[in-house]
Ligand binder design. Structure first.
Ligand code: FES
Ligand SMILES: [Fe+2]
Length: 330
């Protein structure tokens, strides 16, 4: 695209050996996307679910729904606590209570609950990875000691968004396993996007993303799914090499899903380390990172909700009613 003005370090042209010039709609084969999705869904997630950015979890009493379970989160003397939200006495919603001495106090009759089990009530295992807070829910899948997430750059600036979408986690993954929609559905963010290599395990693409108008940065990036509930984009060549976008999908119930997306930016440029150490610069950059991510997720939520609705059979589709549609077209 001749009218783009590229800034920053670009990948080498010869590294684009497998660049495809086929039309995007031809490359975006439903069968190819589904093969990659099924590969991802075959992986475990250890029973771990992302709640939100650690900076937003548990500083005040908070209620979460995860996989149909109602949970309450708060911070006790030894860190984050997440437990069933129903009080073991008569079922009051503990998230409407208060905290005292690191314990949650029930709003109905004042029972104080902390790290210790109380009858059938007990806190769940939690994990904090420095950016995100996780909870482990037993009884869904085989459990692991720690959640699966990619290794992250040591020096980084991170922004995290959370948005609720009417779909299942697989719709979130499927959206990102279809990079071919990027230029068409997000023209404000992507100027050019070509797939270089593709396998059920990983997609490598060259993307020019817009900084402002015609000014763009070109990088090579991979998409892969380390578990059945996360898809990760990693910049592997070009400006910001090593930066990640982790898109986590946490089911709320059978037809709602929370998308928690962490953008973890790094750079080898001199000065980045100093920027990453300044809390003011971190906050300003996180604001812009989160604003950009939220804008993309307005559209990608529409995409995921649409694929979910079609799978649920909420609309008549050509595939479902070929005869009826054919006769109507005659
Ligand atoms: S319902 Fe919680 S103490 Fe009674
Ligand atoms: Fe998208």
């Amino acid at each position: 695209m001749a009218d783009l003005i590229h800034i920053g370090r670009r990948p080498q042209p010869q590294e684009a050996g497998g660049l495809s010039h086929e039309d995007d709609w031809k490359q975006a084969s439903p069968a190819r996307i589904d093969t990659a999705l099924q590969h991802a869904l075959g992986k475990g997630a250890g029973g771990w679910f992302v709640l939100d950015a650690s900076s937003r979890v548990g500083h005040a009493l908070q209620r979460f729904e995860v996989a149909g379970r109602e949970l309450v989160a708060w911070r006790g003397p030894s860190g984050l606590l997440v437990a069933p939200a129903a009080c073991p006495h008569m079922g009051a919603d503990l998230s409407c209570g208060s905290t005292r001495d690191g314990k949650v106090v029930c709003p109905w009759h004042g029972l104080a609950l902390g790290e210790e089990r109380h009858g059938a009530w007990a806190p769940l295992r939690t994990h904090e990875d420095g950016i995100l807070s996780w909870v482990q829910i037993p009884g869904i899948e085989p459990l692991t000691d720690v959640p699966v997430h990619p290794s992250r750059p040591t020096h980084h600036i991170a922004g995290v968004i959370r948005t609720d979408v009417r779909c299942e986690p697989q719709d979130i993954l499927a959206n990102r396993l279809d990079p071919w929609h990027g230029v068409h559905f997000h023209p404000h963010s992507f100027a050019r996007l070509r797939v270089l290599e593709e396998s059920p395990e990983s997609i490598l693409l060259r993307v020019s993303y817009r900084i402002a108008g015609r000014v763009a940065m070109e990088v090579d990036a991979t998409f892969d799914c380390p578990s059945r509930r996360v898809i990760v984009m990693t910049i592997v060549r070009g400006e910001g090499e090593g930066s990640l976008v982790e898109t986590h999908a946490t089911p709320i119930d059978d037809e709602r899903c929370a998308v928690i997306e962490a953008t973890i930016a790094t750079s080898e440029r001199g000065g980045f380390l100093a920027m990453a150490r300044s809390s003011l610069i971190r906050r300003v950059m996180a604001y812009f990172i989160e604003r950009r991510a939220a804008r993309l997720w307005v559209e990608d939520a529409m995409y995921a909700e649409r694929t979910f609705a079609l799978r649920q059979g909420e609309f008549e589709t050509i595939r479902q009613r070929p005869e009826a549609l054919r006769s109507r077209a005659r």
